[in-house]
Ligand binder design. Structure first.
Ligand code: ZN
Length: 464
């Protein structure tokens, strides 16, 4: 009897000792954990770049010497590789949206997101390109709604595959974030547009006097012969009249419909990211600031009453799109955070198929965020996102311009939250709520009608 009780007592005790020992061996799934509090970089202080056997490399934020020329890379070969990764990432995102269901089993919203992903194309710009978005060897990439494409700058191509594919997944996420999804993907009929803009005098007064429509025609004209375009990126403040007019005149045809934020397949993840403070929300005060600034610069030398009037008009117009502000000098972090959700999904799947084999490869997989975060640490820059808002000494102006959450936030709360990534990187999960699993689930969503109403949800409510 006594013996049996001892054995029973020993069993759970032994297993807890083993798991505690296992756990302590593993780094946490955070930038600090995986880069050993940035010591990974500082012990390699003499090296400006850290290379991998396959020829890819990433910069060392601890390097303090003179700028060195990066190794020559075969840009054509790397772009070919990037194209393969782009197709892989597209498939991964499509699978995440469809969850393996056939098209006819999917909702309108899911099909709309799929259409936007399927029609995306990839561009690459060489170092000599005049594009201001692709300066020098800056590791950069961006989504453009003007022709519905993802551009990889030459400086991005040398990055290790695991990091490159995360960036590609992130860019694919831009046209399907809950804000961009509220705008349709359209095909532009270049011939019809040319005819219309050449015959300005024949425009009906309702169009000529509507600056939104006239502006849209002038703007879209620049983008043809693009086949596809995302309307939200073309016009800052959409007037439905302009889309209707252009559609009636066969200039635009809808490829994927606009979907309501409430019905977005990733709405659960969105609410979760707000709860876990993975991105800075646009507040009512932010909107007012943006509107005031817009009015001040657009009603120069006008009486105060005119400026105020314009400001309140803009404010009213922005309210339903509170998390979509990216114009008039204000930036919402929502688009970047939600794009990271898709990036994390692609990243997790890729790491499962291609697990890193060494310590360098593990850090290489998160090299962009690690370098950004560790630069902040080595140069003792404050992490603005970790400070309460009232402690931020910088002006609200600068804060509102910050389009990306900090590298710590992006990596720790989103990218490294994917269980597949955690498994492949051999790290131990933190207690942070995993928002990624809420993609494709139904859950309460904040419509944005009232920017001050932040939902207070229990995590179980959103998982339902
Ligand atoms: Zn982005």
């Amino acid at each position: 009897m006594v013996l049996l009780a001892t054995i029973l007592l020993l069993l759970p005790l032994t297993s807890s000792i083993v798991s505690a020992a296992e756990a302590s061996d593993k780094p946490t799934c955070t930038i600090r954990g995986l880069s050993q509090n940035c010591d990974f970089f500082s012990t390699r202080k003499q090296q400006a770049i850290l290379s991998l056997p396959d020829g890819t490399w990433f910069s060392n934020p601890s390097f303090e010497g003179k700028r060195v020329d990066p190794p020559q890379l075969d840009t054509d070969k790397r772009f070919k590789r990037a194209k393969e990764l782009f197709e892989y990432a597209k498939t991964a995102v499509l699978d995440e949206i469809s969850k393996g269901q056939p098209l006819d089993k999917l909702t309108t919203e899911e099909r709309a997101l799929m259409k936007k992903v399927e029609t995306l194309k990839l561009n690459s710009l060489s170092v000599s390109s005049k594009s201001p978005s692709c300066a020098d060897m800056a590791p950069d990439a961006y989504y453009s709604g003007e022709d519905h494409s993802v551009t990889l700058c030459a400086g991005m191509l040398h990055y290790p595959d695991a990091q490159l594919i995360k960036v590609i997944g992130h860019e694919i996420g831009h046209p399907i974030d809950p804000c961009s999804s509220r705008f349709p993907l359209v095909r532009i009929n270049g011939e019809a547009l040319k005819k219309l803009s050449d015959l300005k005098s024949s425009w009906p007064d309702s169009i000529r006097n509507n600056s939104d429509v006239a502006g849209a025609v002038v703007q879209i004209k620049k983008y043809t012969p693009s086949e596809y375009a995302m309307f939200s990126q073309i016009m800052n403040f959409r007037d439905p009249k302009s889309i209707n007019y252009l559609t009636e005149n066969l200039i635009l045809s809808e490829v994927a419909p606009a979907i309501e934020a409430e019905k977005h397949p990733a709405q659960g993840a969105y609410s979760c990211l707000i709860r876990t403070k993975a991105f800075r929300e646009v507040s009512a005060q932010d909107i007012k600031l943006v509107a005031d600034r817009f009015a001040q610069s657009n009603a120069l030398d006008q009486p105060d009453s005119v400026v105020q009037d314009l400001s309140s008009k803009v404010e009213k117009r922005l309210r339903p799109y509170s998390q979509c502000i990216w114009s008039a000098g204000g930036r919402s972090q929502m688009g970047e955070a939600m794009s990271d959700v898709w990036g994390a999904k692609v990243f997790g799947r890729w790491l499962t198929d291609n697990p890193p084999k060494s310590e360098v490869e593990k850090v290489a997989a998160i090299s962009l965020h690690a370098a950004g975060a560790c630069r902040q640490v080595t140069r003792s820059q404050p992490d603005l996102d970790s400070l309460p808002l009232n402690k931020i000494t910088e002006s609200a102006d600068r804060q509102i311009q910050k389009v990306h959450p900090s590298d710590f936030t992006r990596a720790d709360l989103i990218v490294l939250a994917d269980p597949r990534a955690q498994q492949a990187l051999g790290c131990q999960s933190t207690d942070t709520e995993n928002c990624l699993k809420l993609v494709g689930r139904q859950g309460p969503f904040r419509s944005g009608q009232d920017p001050t109403a932040v939902p207070t949800l229990k995590s179980t409510e959103a998982i339902r």
